[in-house]
Design a protein around this ligand. Sequence first.
Ligand SMILES: [Zn+2]
Ligand SMILES: [Zn+2]
Length: 403
Amino acid sequence: MIQTAAQPDTPKESPAKLMKCLIKEDLQKDGLSLKTDVREPAVGYGEVKIRVLSTAVCGTDKSIYNSARSEGIRKEMQRYLPGDNDYRPIIVGHEFCGIVEEIGPGVTAEHFAHAPSHLLIEPGDYVTAEMHLSCGHCSLCRTGNEHICINVKVKGVHLDGCFAQRVVVPYKNVILLGKGGNTADIPPRIGAMLDAFGNAVHTVQAANVSGKSVAILGAGPLGLMSVFLSRAFGATRIYLTEAADVERRFALADDFGADECLDVSQGSGQLYRSIEKFETGSNGVDVVLEMSGSLPAYQDAFKIVRNGGHVILLGIAREPLPKFDIANGVIWKGVTVQGIFGRKMFSTWETMLSLIKSDRLDLKNKLEKVLAKKLYGLHEYKEAFETLSNGKELKLVFSPEKN
Ligand SMILES: [Zn+2]
Ligand SMILES: [Zn+2]
């Protein structure tokens, strides 16, 4: 029987264990700090404690690393704080996978008495987690829109995250990847990047690309993932733009199924000509996926979308758009614009796990190609962020257990 009025159990007393983690100490200064003497987080009511196997770095982490240069990320990290001087250091990181170590009070067998045992999450299971914590009470949460909850807090941005040896998350946010710690189906390097993969799945699904031409702006990890996803979802022609490190990114994109890879470092002329050449039935592409967050890309997005087309925005502009022509770009073209934040809870997760388990789509190998070969220890964080900043690698994974 489902227990409806569970009382919190008294938390067990246990000696404080210390762990290694990466902390953002001061928003006004670039960089992170490695700590080796931080207390492991205590598992609270309704929570699960996870030993982190792998944790991936994304663009948001890069912005946090370079926080002195980005007012946007400083504001974001202080969104829920009462005043500007109330910031307290947090553990960064929000993409990970690991092994369940402890289930907190309030998550009892009675709650799940009727659940099939293979769906239960128990100590020793291999899991990942949705790190966007919704409130469960606002009207958006109550109408199936938890991903845009007005009180959503992101672990690793507003709360302690997973660049650490242990992390605690609510039971309902835990996603089972392998019972009994079985990592054979989804290797930990891939398990660590599912959050990012989910962003791409959410974006491409929102665009409904089947039978349509798609322009993907930005060939970072999410843009590249969107190439193979658009291909898998039945897009007819895929254009991809990028302004940096184009040779390596376009080689990957070619492998993933892009039709036209266009270097926009010297301007967008080649992009416009290519679309004019192939999109002869209309005045642009059916769908634009903006994945770069760069200001010129927003201009391109509304220029190349056809009348009645869709522009889906995932890239995060860290400053306001200057001189955006909304009449010509959106209104008179009858364009539909949609912003994407996170993953739908939890339908995107269900879709991505189905996709990743399909051998025919070969997505695990494709995701692996986006990652740096080297597995970094947390103590190698400076080298890791340097490698990402200078474009030597697109995405990389930390193993907190590596010394
Ligand atoms: Zn991320
Ligand atoms: Zn809410």
